[in-house]
Design a protein around this ligand. Sequence first.
Ligand code: GRG
Length: 283
Amino acid sequence: MRDEVDRALADRLDCKSGCPPRLAEAMQYAVLAPGKRLRPLLALLAAKACGGDIHQSMPAACAVEFIHAYSLVHDDLPAMDDDDLRRGQPTCHKQFDEATAILVGDALQARAFEVLATELAPANLAARACAALARAAGATMLVGGQADDLAGTAAGDQRDRLESIHHRKTAAMILVSIELGALTAGANDEQMDALHAYGERFGLVFQITDDLLDAQGDQQQVGKRVGKDANRGKLTYPTIVGVDESRRLVEQLVEEAQAALAPFGESAEPLRLLARMLVDRNR
Ligand code: GRG
């Protein structure tokens, strides 16, 4: 399924005319780098759980990965997290230059909505998908979470602040990936609710294991700089609740995520496995 996703992404980046070659090359470099493709997989597997066809859901899968890839490129810029390594290779602005990396993000964001608007049918499905993705990627969620994280301006105690940043910066894109997959498969309300409960827990498992990898992972395997959160005094689950409690929380959340999929039976087995794989990952 991952190969199919990569082919679908490449097809949708194939700018035959009009796009400056260097920009096209940088967009391909950023998107097709060896990431995990978690968000497209979530979209496709959510569709499958609802009895949908993955080809019908592929535009949604590509759109969420375009937004995700843009957010990584921009996050790595000197004005933000200032990173040299991403997905095991030089970050986009290191490989190309800063202006190109900014434009890559801009173009990928526009392309995400173009894919949804032109490839999903009927029109009200396309509109609903565009609205859901715009909200998740916008000023209250992904961008707002990033702004508060950079400025340290989230409100509340440490745990509240951590959860507020996580909810907007990470969980929103995970949840919308699942939602778009389900929408394109014509999910009913009960299916949507079950997938939402799964997605909330999946997002937390993703965040806590990401924090654990930053605290304890090996840079070569993780494919990005590690130890940076602790060095910058950022709030993470291991620093707030400790490593052991983080691991216990992860186990509990995986069980809850898997249990939330009970209404689906066998069709949701790949989603159950994906939640388990998150815990055992090393990147
Ligand atoms: C620039 C608007 C804007 C947002 C940036 C993506 C992001 C928000 C920040 C990256 C820093 C970070 C640790 C975010 C939370 C976790 C996260 C999104 C990790 C990267 O996702 P993976 O592990 O990456 O799914 P791959 O490379 O596998 O796709």
